[in-house]
Design a protein around this ligand. Sequence first.
Ligand code: ADP
Ligand code: MG
Length: 591
Amino acid sequence: MMKPKFRIPLKLKLFLPVTIIIIIVVVFLTIWFINKSISSFENHIQNNLELEVNTISKMFERESALKLEKVQNNLKVAHSYFFQTPLIITSDTIHQIVENQKNNVKHEAVLNKWYHNNKLINCNNDFVDSLESVFGGTISVFQRIDSGFVRISTNVRKFDGTRAVLTYIPMESPVVNAIMKGEKYYGRALVLNEWYTTAYEPFYTGNEIVGMLYVGDKEKDMSELTRIINTLKIGKSGYPFVFDKHGNFLIHPESNTTVFEDEEVLKKIIENKEGVIEYKQKGKTKTMAYKYFEKFELYIGASVVNDVESVEFVHNAIKGAAIVGLISILFLLIFIYRFTSEKLYRYFNALQVSNKKLANAELALKHSEKLANMGQISAGIAHELNNPLGVITMYSNIVLDELDENDPKRQDLQLIADQSIRCKNIVSNLLNFARKNKIKVEEVDIYEFIQKTLNSVVIPKNVKTDINCKIKNKIMMIDAEQMMQAFTNLEKNAVEAMPEGGTLSVSIEEENNSVIIYFEDEGIGIAEENIEKLFTPFFTTKEIGKGTGLGLPLVYGIIKMHNGKIAVNSNNNPENGKTGTTFMVKLPRIN
Ligand code: ADP
Ligand code: MG
């Protein structure tokens, strides 16, 4: 019995490499796609940050422009309010110590007494205080002195809380320059460490500039800006913030954060003024866009925590790509399976089948070559035997004719004559076989025929025979004489294989218009390596004199002449179960 070997089916063999290649390609594409998406996502985040920073910078600009507008309006209001009541300038003077606001140098100056609303204006704050209640900010009235313009009334306070009266703007300052030309002056001024948007306007007595009005407002309203900026968010983790050149956060959603952890980062920001930078804060890597807003001397920044933003995105990208990847693998596989592998499979299968056929044909050719060889030999022998046998037959008959009816030798002579005729028949049969003569078919009841074949074989007592006919239509066309030779040979072999006894069962079955006859014995079986040699002429395992090795080749020839098939299945190893051999003969009903 052949042990079945594990083999990968051809279909799978073809499909597997294609599948692996597709999976590799799709996985590769998916990874590429994810990488691409991540980098474009990072760009997107960076753009968002820069956009945010620019938006806030524009907001700052707007804030600054609004402040200027406001201050210009305030100056108009101050002007009309101030000149509603006449300003009376007297020639009375007072001596007072004034202080240069630039270099803080003090000196004595002579100031005229001015009356406004019937009150001495010098150091009287009614006007500025009532205006402050109208529009806020800072308001001052300046009187011209020799060294500049001195505040004679103001709501601007010094550090100690007292009003900054009697401080003066020196002659050489840009403000005084413009005012002395009769122009209004708008600008910025650092007042007590805060930048103010300022507006100045001169006023006259006759043609002479004698003083100026001033209004100012804090350049930036930090509380309002903070409120707006703190409502802005970027992605999940991002927010904008504002800091100064020392890294102090002026606006920041986390109130406890005051300075940059990393001084190098701050250095770079101050150097570049505008850009994008990666940095670490509290162990997290962040990306930040920044821009310097010169007017306010502040830096605007916007940052996100890289991981927080990308992790979710990467998750989604992977999920999406994986789904798309899987679906495309599936579709590709179905497509390939349907259109390529199926065809290839058929092609290779056909190739395999034709290879098998070729191998069979080769085997058949070998057999027929051997048979032909044997045929030639036997034809030669038969031919040589034919003449002497003819002489024996002829002369035994002549002598028989000459003998008296009651002669005692007559019986022996008759035997010689009969047996020599039998020999002639065998020889002519051999010649037939050798020439592969055509068969002469006749109608035969196959069941009865098998019975007849078994009857003509000598069967020892310890061997039982048994016929099992499973077909209804037992009539078929065969060359009975030749088939008798074939079947008796198979039966003899079976009996000879059972020296210890057993059963020879012959079963007759039908399949696709062919009759199949199984000769099954319980004998010693055939060694695997001998199976191939069975139909080779002169192959025998039996002792000299007992076996000739011509039985099965003859059987093969006869079956082939009937367009039939013969196959063998055998087990000679008791470990694999009961030993025995089955010869299968398949004969088409119509040859
Ligand atoms: P012979 O019978 O003269 O040996 P065959 O051609 O009839 O020649 O058989 C060839 C060989 O095949 C036999 O020697 C035997 O080894 C083997 N053989 C054939 N039939 C059987 C069988 N039924 N059981 C076991 N061996 C068999
Ligand atoms: Mg034999």
